[in-house]
Design a protein around this ligand. Structure first.
Ligand SMILES: [Zn+2]
Length: 283
């Protein structure tokens, strides 16, 4: 067992239980690209803002035309070993819950029981006029029936990650609308400039209050909505552990940071705790 595993095991064992805060880094191994905005905007280098989605029809058209191409990859993604490791930690009694900044629902699909989707969920779409909720799959079917989608394999990627989509594809794109009232529909996610609903934020604070420490996994904490929870935990004197390859905005706040292959590390720790749990001490 490596020194890192021993170190993480000792820390996790000394302050149980923990609450995890996860980000895009945990889903990249599932084939979900780490979009700058993590909102499923396909290869977009210009994340859509909440206000422009609400007020500008052409921006909605741009969003949906790209989302139509990006959704199959997100909708078809499978949880990976990192999601599985967090499920194991929950089973081992080490984790009270997961606060995720991801909108892909992979924690729930992996089997985590207590999860807060801080930035919403991409698999559902809500009508801004009547509140009707529709599955993203149903919206995708509508989109595919009413539009001709280009073959994504043949598109040329620009160095900035954006794709050369034919102009007419976007301008001719038929935008989905509410199937009940024909109102404006929006994915149930928090776009840039949008606000995380108060009850969701409160649920996160309660989860942190119930934990003895916070474990950040796969997030650079570049968005304030996640960073504030780290500050909150640290203000309460709780240890903050970060598992992330690359810098984070909480590097100066954390008790310990693991940046080399953090997900393997977590899986090894989860296995070690489960073995401890299964082998009662006869001493
Ligand atoms: Zn409606």
């Amino acid at each position: 067992m490596s020194e890192s595993v021993d170190t993480l095991l000792a820390i996790l064992g000394s302050h149980r239980p923990w609450v995890a805060l996860t980000g895009a880094g945990i889903s990249s191994a599932s084939g979900i690209p780490t979009y700058r905005d993590h909102k499923g905007t396909w290869l977009g280098s210009h994340p859509i803002q909440h206000d422009e989605f609400i007020s500008d029809r052409s921006k909605r058209q741009r969003y949906w035309s790209r989302s139509a191409l990006g959704w199959p990859r997100v909708g078809g993604a499978q949880p990976n070993e990192s999601h599985a490791a967090l499920v194991k930690l929950e089973h081992a009694g080490l984790l009270t819950g997961v606060i995720t900044q991801n909108v892909d629902r992979l924690h729930q699909r992996a089997g985590s029981k207590s999860v807060v989707d801080l930035h919403g969920r991409l698999d559902r779409v809500k009508c801004l006029d009547c509140g009707q909720v529709t599955s993203r799959e149903a919206i995708q079917s509508w989109i595919e029936t009413h539009n001709e989608l280009p073959n994504t394999a043949s598109l040329t990627l620009r160095p900035d990650g954006d794709a050369d989509l034919p102009d007419h594809y976007v301008t001719d794109f038929k935008v989905p609308q509410c199937m009940k009232c024909r109102g404006v529909v929006m994915p149930e996610v928090v776009f840039f400039g949008g606000t995380v609903p108060g009850p969701v934020v409160n649920e996160c604070y309660q989860m942190i209050d119930a934990a003895e420490g916070m474990l950040v996994v796969g997030s650079s904490l570049s968005v304030y909505s996640g960073l504030r929870f780290c500050r909150y935990a640290v203000d309460q004197g709780k240890p903050l552990i970060i598992l992330n390859q690359g810098q984070t905005r909480a590097d100066g706040l954390c008790t310990h940071k693991f940046s080399s292959a953090p997900f393997t590390l977590m899986a090894e720790c989860a296995d070690a705790f489960l073995i401890q749990k299964q082998e009662p001490c006869h001493g």
